[in-house]
Design a protein around this ligand. Structure first.
Ligand SMILES: O=P(O)(O)OC[C@H]1O[C@](O)(CO)[C@@H](O)[C@@H]1O
Length: 618
């Protein structure tokens, strides 16, 4: 049993907070306090449209602030004119995009024209089936999912259509009780447990929160991590309803460790409850992946394909998002219709008629094309709470890249965070209004407060929703008055159609922005480094255990110092990691006895409570 005295049961991570450098002035942007010094070198070498940033004295900071005031239009009539001039409306979707509170100039728009034209051409090629993800040699086809006619060949078209039909049929059969769990007293499935991570979870989570009815035919829960306590919690919450739970395991690669672990944990819970997992299991994955083969061999209830040409973070309109949505009673054809209408608008090569291009242009302006400002997403609607988390992956995994398409080191990206209004007004908006100026805001406004017939005035002439509206408008004005730029996306209501359109809008904006800054938006090489390192830690843990086992099988048992463990593992350079491994195992009752003080690692001596002879001679 573990017994390190004062063992580090809670760890503290040191965080490096970047020093705030004095603001700089970008001569091209007289109207803008420019990015901090650490950005300046990147702007210099990478972004020809931006000019050289230069250092300024304290006195110049005030001048910069004055320049800001000059640049962002403050005259109400001129501002109204700018609003009207630039307002984008999608009539059929009832969606508006207001970019008037972003201070880009006509000169900037002109300068960006060649890049925009190139981005439009790249998007056209992508939709025709070009290898738009060159590193992985893949086509990028999420746009075909909502308009299968656009797929580059009839094979893909048929695959898309057949999958959609299969999803609808399976969901109908489950909801109607035609497909039932083998041993549930309810006689039908009542719950979904979705096991998946990243793009295989974030879309379904966002859509469930946004669109699931109050009493869906099946309620959904998520296992989206390899946190055992989190998994236990989800299973405990299901309680006896595990017997009527449809487990949907989602993984494009079919080999993601967190998802595999989630599956193994859930399968164990099924065994312990005497339930037959395969009769309640559904896999969504690429054909012939490990997960697919497991599901096939074990005879799971159903399998749905993920296509090679759909990335995890753009997979909401594939089986990944559509199956869970349909099972919750969400109209998936409407989601697809909304996305398709938005895609159509985004094919326009006229900037003002192309909302995704307008967004991408604003991002470029606001972040100097180098990610110098963060994107704060503020939906003023509780049901859109998870939009920022969803966008965090879509934007950051797509745009956060070390190299551009020509192999230059660019360290691109835009940080995304947010929660919801007006809640955030009582949290971090103080800093947005008055603190460090390192962000731009996107308000998501929903015009309809609640379904018709339910409204009432909580004071004369004013409803609860009027307050929410007032808070949004007030925050937008207050931020702008302090030179904080914002975009506003407005929809009539949160419906399958508008949610589909929002997803499509941001997917395309990310693609266009990636072209503007010349990066591959569709791969994620950086994620692999962390996965590889995690694998190495687990391999080292196995070596540590083998070394400890050998020492613990001696007569008498030989307690080892950390140095001795590291030497015997032939990994003296990994001594710190070995210390952490031992501390973690000690905290988790792993038959490991560690004597000494956690605060003085050199004092620790460790051995196993029992010797495993078989392993010794294995
Ligand atoms: O669907 P998979 O293959 O399990 O991957 C899950 C997620 O992992 C990532 O590859 C990053 O690790 C994401 O891009 C992806 O959405």
């Amino acid at each position: 049993m573990a017994s390190i005295s004062g063992i580090c049961s809670s760890s503290r991570t040191l965080q490096n907070f970047p020093n705030q450098s004095p603001p700089l002035i970008d001569p091209l942007r007289k109207d803008h306090v420019s990015f901090p010094a650490r950005r300046a070198d990147r702007a210099l070498s990478l972004v020809p449209v931006r000019a050289v940033a230069r250092d300024v004295s304290d006195g110049a900071v005030a001048a910069a602030a004055a320049a800001v005031k000059k640049g962002l239009e403050k005259d109400p009539h001129a501002l109204w004119q700018r609003y009207v001039d630039w307002l984008y409306q999608h009539k059929e979707l009832g969606l508006y995009l207001d970019v008037s509170r972003v201070g880009f100039s006509d000169k900037f728009v002109k300068e960006m024209e060649p890049r925009l034209e190139a981005a439009f051409r790249a998007m056209e090629e992508l939709e025709k089936g070009a290898i738009a993800n060159p590193d992985e040699g893949r086509m990028v086809g999420h746009y075909w999912l909502r308009d299968s006619k656009r797929a580059p060949n009839s094979f893909l078209r048929t695959q898309i259509e057949n999958t959609l039909d299969a999803i609808s049929k399976f969901a109908n059969d489950v909801v109607s009780g035609k497909i039932k769990p083998p041993s549930s007293p309810q006689g039908r499935f009542t719950q979904i447990l979705s096991v998946g991570i990243g793009g295989s979870a974030l879309g379904p989570q966002f859509v469930a929160e946004a669109l699931a009815p109050d009493n869906p035919p099946l309620k959904i829960r998520f296992v989206d991590n390899t946190d055992p306590a989190g998994i236990d919690h989800q299973i405990a919450q299901l309680g006896p309803e595990l017997a009527s739970t449809l487990v949907i395991v989602i993984s494009k690669s079919g080999g993601t460790p967190e998802t595999r672990n989630g599956l193994l944990e859930v399968q164990k819970a099924f065994r312990e409850a005497g339930l037959n997992f395969p009769k309640q299991g559904v896999a969504i994955t690429q054909e012939n992946s490990l997960l697919d083969n497991t599901a096939r061999i074990e005879g799971w209830l159903a399998r749905f394909p993920m296509f090679d040409w759909v990335g995890g973070r753009t997979s909401e309109m594939s089986a990944v998002g559509l199956l869970p949505a349909a099972l919750q009673g969400i109209d998936i054809r409407e989601m697809l219709a909304g996305a398709s209408l938005m895609d159509e608008a985004n094919r326009s090569t006229v900037l003002r008629n192309n909302p995704a291009a307008l967004l991408a242009l604003c991002w470029y302006w606001a972040t100097d094309g180098v990610g110098s400002k963060d994107m704060v997403i503020l939906p003023y609607k509780d049901s859109l709470l998870l939009f920022s988390r969803y966008l965090q992956q879509l934007v950051m995994e797509s745009l956060g890249k070390e190299f551009d398409l020509d192999g230059n080191r660019v360290n691109q990206g835009i940080s995304v965070y947010g929660n919801k209004g007006s809640t955030d007004q009582h949290a971090y908006i103080q800093q947005l209004r008055e603190g460090v100026h390192n962000f731009f805001v996107t308000f998501i406004e929903v015009l309809r407060d609640r379904p018709p017939g339910h409204d009432w005035e909580l004071e004369p002439g004013v409803t609860c929703g009027d307050y929410l509206f007032g808070m949004l408008q007030g925050t937008r004005s207050a931020l702008y008055a302090n030179n904080r730029e914002s975009i506003t996306v407005t929809v009539q209501e949160v419906t399958p159609r508008s949610v589909g359109a929002l997803i499509a809008l941001y997917e395309r904006a990310v693609g266009i922005y990636a072209s503007l800054v010349n990066i591959n938006a569709y791969h994620q090489p950086g994620v692999e480094a962390g996965k590889k390192a995690a694998g190495e830690v687990l391999a080292l843990q196995k070596r540590v255990l083998a070394v400890l086992n050998e020492a613990s099988c001696k007569e008498p048992v030989e307690p080892l110092t950390l140095e001795e463990v590291a030497d015997r593992c032939h990994a003296p350079e990994d001594i710190e990691m070995i210390y952490k491994i031992i501390a973690h195992m000690a905290a988790n009752d792993r038959a490991l006895i560690a004597e000494g003080s956690c605060g003085s690692p050199r004092s620790i001596k460790v051995f196993l409570g029992e010797c495993n002879i078989d392993e010794l001679y294995a």
